[in-house]
Design a protein around this ligand. Structure first.
Ligand code: GDP
Length: 527
């Protein structure tokens, strides 16, 4: 393998990240404001209709109309501070699915939005745990400081203890709710005050500045001085290495709605967030600066219209310079694919519109050849690792209307599982297939596609399980004994791996205590 200085330089400028949060914390509002600062939109919500950007956008819309696949919000690209940012959408609310988790395997860092009144909420915690598996560095944006919030020290304490993470405040809020005045930057001592809609932030160089007294009541300033002494003594300071290793989160206080604190967050991402990392594969790590293109599929979006069976595979580029029309090898099939109609999420200059670099995402239209986890390469064949299946959180029995078609169902479920739509489990006792997903949407997609593409009308019936764990052991005899003893709670995944189906959390804890020689894992590499 050879390195290319041009590829290395482009890779260094990339910041590929996702926002993790619980519904309503302010992800959409923050996204709009990030795009606003990045110049991708004029006013929040209004897409900039100009030159290349308009072309890029109308290209997507054409593709969306032709193919019935909504891609335009999946990746948002903007430039800021000399960097190109790729913000990958992590669908929440009713769109929550295994794709939400898998998107986190395609980013180099994450921003965790926390509602200052609520602290850590369940979905944030789940997504955080997925980030932690890969030590993805996380910045925290403590949102809604213009509302009544928890006490900031208690809030950071809560985050630190619930996530087992050091949290280093980068700035400190002056008041909250109606009395929110702005923030004090911890290292520089500079103040940024909350302004109005036309100028949301006003910077004051120094705590001792005379103009401060007109803007912030004396009592609040005295309070701030006192708190800062406490904060500096008690809370961790930022350390870039610890952040990049995933042990420490810098925290920025702000209000997305009031466009306050966004710049500080972006500056933090430019200065500290990691550029594309080397990507693990079975044989070696792929360096972003390598001259040959390599990328992996982390998501496949299918057309829900049965007349159009097209798919778009979302490919995260890991190395090399990708250009439109390039022929890449689909490693699993050992076949070439001419990528003549890639969907670019780049909104850059004209010269850049036909190429993409490490850290960028391209959409590759295909007829179903590409599946989650697949590698596309220009050089040697590569099998990437780190794009696993995640333990399901909803398990359902599949009931087939016509029992004569059981074989067809098996084939269809295996196909769709391989594509990444669902996971399938075959209980060791009993005949019904069990499907496992992490969000309701996946079940809807599965049902629709089974009917439209395979002519298999099915129903779901609830199964008495809350989650599943893959089972593994160093001692094969221990695994065999476990299999025999627990047969009624075991199933096999589509690769024949044993999976424990847990009826509740108590049951899951108990089984782990009872069988210490068995590893129960929440993820499993796709075969
Ligand atoms: P999402 O579900 O995480 O995408 O959250 P949204 O961005 O849709 O925000 C949820 C609600 O919180 C909306 O009504 C927003 O206007 C509101 N919101 C978001 N950020 C702020 C903030 O900084 N301050 C206040 N007061 N409200 C906010």
């Amino acid at each position: 393998m050879a390195l290319s200085p041009i590829v290395e330089a482009e890779a260094k400028k990339r910041r590929t990240f996702a926002i993790i949060s619980h519904p309503d914390a302010g992800k959409t509002t923050l996204t709009e404001k990030l795009l606003l600062f990045g110049g991708a939109i004029h006013l929040a919500g209004e897409v900039k209709a100009k030159g290349e950007r308009r072309r890029a956008r109308s290209d997507w819309m054409k593709i969306e109309q032709q193919r019935g696949i909504s891609v335009s919000t999946s990746v948002m690209t903007f430039d800021y501070g000399g960097c190109t940012f790729n913000l990958l959408d992590t669908p929440g609310h009713e769109d929550f699915s295994e794709d939400t988790y898998r998107t986190l395997t395609a980013v180099d860092s994450a921003v965790m939005v926390i509602d200052a009144a609520k602290g850590i909420e369940p979905q944030t915690l789940k997504l955080f745990q997925v980030c932690r598996m890969r030590d993805v560095p996380i910045m925290a944006f403590i949102n809604k400081m213009d509302r009544e919030a928890k006490d900031p020290i208690e809030l950071l304490d809560e985050i630190a203890s619930r996530l087992a993470l050091d949290v280093a405040p980068m700035n400190w809020p002056i008041g909250m709710g109606q009395n929110f005045r702005g923030v004090l930057e911890r290292e520089s001592g500079r103040l940024t005050l909350l302004g109005d809609a036309s100028e949301p932030e006003q910077t004051i160089a120094d705590r001792r500045s005379n103009s401060l007294a007109d803007r912030v009541p004396a009592a609040q300033l005295a309070d701030l001085d006192e708190t800062m002494e406490l904060v500096d003594g008690a809370l961790p300071h930022f350390d870039v290495q610890s952040y990049r290793e995933g042990h420490l989160s810098p925290a920025f206080f702000g209000s997305a709605l009031r466009t306050f604190g966004i710049r500080a967050l972006l500056d933090g991402l430019v200065a500290y967030a990691p550029p594309p990392r080397p990507q693990a594969s079975v044989d070696r790590e792929i360096e972003p600066g390598e001259d040959k293109v390599a990328g992996f599929v982390f998501k496949v979006q299918a057309n829900m219209d049965p007349k159009h069976r097209d798919r778009v595979a979302f490919v995260r580029l890991c190395s090399g310079r990708f250009m439109r029309g390039m022929k890449l090898t689909m490693v699993r099939h050992a076949k070439q694919l001419a990528v003549s109609n890639p969907i670019f999420f780049m909104a850059g200059d004209r010269e850049l519109a036909d190429e993409a670099w490490p850290g960028d995402i391209i959409g590759v239209p295909n007829h179903g050849q590409l599946r989650v986890g697949d590698a596309l390469t220009e050089g040697e064949p590569i099998k990437f690792t780190g794009i696993p299946n995640f333990a399901p959180e909803i398990l359902m029995r599949v009931r087939l209307g016509d029992p004569m078609r059981a074989k067809h169902l098996r084939k269809a479920l295996e196909d769709l599982a391989e594509e990444g739509v669902t996971q399938v489990f075959r209980p060791m006792i009993g005949a019904d297939w069990i499907v496992g997903v992490v969000g309701q949407l996946q079940l809807d997609v599965l049902k629709t596609r089974l009917e439209a593409e395979y002519n298999l009308p099915i129903d779901f019936e609830s199964a008495p399980y809350v989650t599943a764990r893959w089972c593994d052991a160093d001692d094969s005899r221990a695994l065999d004994a476990f299999r025999t003893q627990k047969k009624s709670s075991l199933a096999e995944d589509r690769d024949g791996n044993p999976v424990y189906l847990a009826r509740n959390t108590w049951d899951l804890n108990r089984i782990q205590d009872d069988f210490p020689a068995i590893r129960f894992t929440e993820t499993r590499e796709r075969a």
